[in-house]
Ligand binder design. Sequence first.
Ligand code: HEM
Length: 363
Amino acid sequence: MDKRYPDTYYSDYLQLGRLLECQQRKSESYGSPAHDEMLFIIVHQAYELWFKQILFEIDSVREIFGGDSVEEKRIGLAVARLLRVTEIQKILIDQLRVLETMTPLDFLDFRDFLFPASGFQSVQFRMIEIKLGLLSARRLKYDEAPYHSRLSGEHRERLFDLESETSLFDLVERWLERMPFLEEEGFRFRERYGGAVVRMLEGDRDLIRTHSTLSAREKELQLEELDRTLASFESLLDPDRHGSLQEKGRWRLSHRATLAALFITAYRDEPLLHMPYRLLDCLVDVDELFTTWRYRHALMVHRMIGAKIGTGGSSGYHYLKSTAETHRIFSDLTNLSTYLLPRAALPRLPDELLKKLAFVYRP
Ligand code: HEM
């Protein structure tokens, strides 16, 4: 191979001189060096590097979904990038085990030097949340103040700017809204699906009514439960019911996007829907792994500081545990499982539509 480039030296390429200068222990500068502070710094820095990589991948996925249409062949690339994000997230969860080799007493050797700094001020972590689509209005208040209250002016501005950009959630919602197939010649997915739901539930109703061992009271309770299930399906399929639940914050995805996601999930065996289904599945994975990290981090915090407040001033464990419940982004996709019918009960798609969803080889 012709040599056209100057020699590269390992250490220069990776700028290790600068990188390895960045581990300065506060405890050492205050004259009481704490051994475990080195681990604490390196683990946090490793997190920030991985956050940078995650942001890089999310940006590339946002770029793929950013245009007026998404090239079909690029969905595979988006899936590959999101899978990479999920592999990194698994490392992020495991990495807490390394930090847990530091005992609570070891932590107390330098904890006082850290106030009021906290992982709560990780701008890259906030950027990931915002780019994925966590809305400011849905965030838990921290010490009765907005999440950005503990950040520097420059960092706050950066996050405000980002909040006005289109998130991955918005882009995926638009892509789903554009999906054809929901209304074809002689086929209305919403009506056909609704019909299949009613048929299935009426079958269940007959089973309950004619059940030989259930008492009258048990039958009554089960029939009430069945009515609730039917009402829940209606809230998904009926645009007005869906709209009013959306206003109450119970659904976030638009009605059209929700139906498209349901269609993709229900008919994912059709060749053309394989990749779209994998994409939705990856988004659920990303969401679930962040939630797992939040729980895992909360448990570690509990073990490390018990019921003490955090260095950033929050209620610590309790605040963190609540974010795991509430700071989910793609939970609408997760909730779709509630509305799935068994394959045998799914309405059959018209032949013309099945042809469109197949890969056709034309020599
Ligand atoms: C000894 C280890 C750790 C302890 C005791 C700890 C403690 C805490 C506490 C108490 C909070 C709530 C805010 C506050 O009051 O300060 C918090 C938030 C946070 N920490 Fe940690 N943390 C530790 C390690 C880490 C590591 C290794 C990371 C990785 C970057 C991290 C990232 C975060 C993030 C991103 C938040 C904000 C979470 C949110 O608001 O949803 N923490 N941490």
